[in-house]
Ligand binder design. Sequence first.
Ligand code: AMP
Length: 195
Amino acid sequence: MITIIFGPPGSGKGTQAKYVSELLSVPHVSTGEILRREIAAGTELGKAVAPIMSSGALVSDELMVKVLESRLSQPDAARGALLDGFPRTVAQAEALLAMLKARGWNIASVISLDVKDEELKKRILRRGAEEGRSDDNAEAFEKRMEEYRQGTAPVLDYFAKAGVWVTTINGVGPVETITQRIAGIVGATRDGMAS
Ligand code: AMP
């Protein structure tokens, strides 16, 4: 069973995914985090993606599908995963549905976090100052937003047409309040599946 946390950069996907993956007892799979670890470890993959990530552009679909496939093949993901940062394009969404179909898995739900652009920018610049991520600056933020609007947002329509359940929630407020909103949705999905 796959649950997806979806939203623009700075919408709180990573923060929420940590809590929600515990709630669902499945691993938190963040493709951005996987790439950052590759960069930190100095691997070939890391070297190839570092400049792309810093600029705020998207890494190729081909590469990202491979990264996700390999992560989902690990034993801790045998019962599913919570995806954060994937899929980011319609091509990735198509690849994901094909991958899940081959395994007999489903997407339980897609939670889309809604946060206004101004607030997103404020959060990203704050995180840049606190954590020093190479893509948390004003210039890369604009590029990431452009990628989101053009490449990623259409994934929601694609999912809706494919019959995947998408719920949009307000992503502004205290972290615990938003976690509670998400818990209500994933709980309902899980109970619905069980009955
Ligand atoms: P994130 O940590 O999810 O904000 O991702 C940070 C950066 O990693 C993105 O701006 C992209 O450069 C790259 N990235 C992460 N996930 C993907 C993906 N599914 N497809 C393409 N690029 C990705």
